[in-house]
Design a protein around this ligand. Structure first.
Ligand SMILES: [Zn+2]
Length: 152
């Protein structure tokens, strides 16, 4: 989480978070999302902006709260912020299990590549290309490793 717990629950930013916003480490839309869900009392792993889309990463319990009954809550927030919002679920487990849950499709295998620096080659069935490819940078940021998808 790039914003501190205090700021995630308040309407103001502390000096440290304000500086991150000014330096571009946090984006305004990400801060806006924390503000929008403040009343829900949810805990988020992270919020990442990519283009006009916000990726919200949370565990299954918090994901359910953000989505709301029949998707009602998430639709409201989406309209309010003028952004498409996609909730990605993060579980505990091996990197393979975490990646599988994040992208929501079965992973055939995760190969570690050690050159030039450590990264993951994630093997997926080619029918999931359209679903998985847009999530590459988000998955990479969440697991803290460079990744490439291989569709086979
Ligand atoms: Zn703060």
């Amino acid at each position: 989480m790039k914003i501190c717990k205090v700021c995630a629950q308040s309407d103001m930013l502390c000096a440290a978070c304000q500086k991150k916003l000014e330096d571009g480490q946090i984006k305004q839309a990400e801060v806006d999302f924390y503000r929008a869900v403040k009343e829900l009392g949810v805990e988020l792993v992270d919020v990442l902006e990519r283009g006009n889309r916000l990726y919200v990463i949370a565990d299954s319990n918090n994901s359910r709260k953000i989505i709301g009954p029949g998707g009602k809550t998430i639709r409201k927030i989406s309209e309010q912020l003028g952004k498409q919002i996609k909730v990605l679920e993060k579980t505990e487990g091996t990197d393979k299990e975490v990646i599988e849950k994040l992208i929501g499709v079965p992973v055939k295998g995760v190969n570690t590549v050690y050159s030039p620096s450590e990264s993951y080659k994630i093997r997926l069935d080619k029918k999931y290309r359209k679903m998985a490819e847009p999530l590459k940078s988000v998955v990479s940021e969440i697991i803290g490793k460079k990744i490439t998808f291989v569709f086979e």
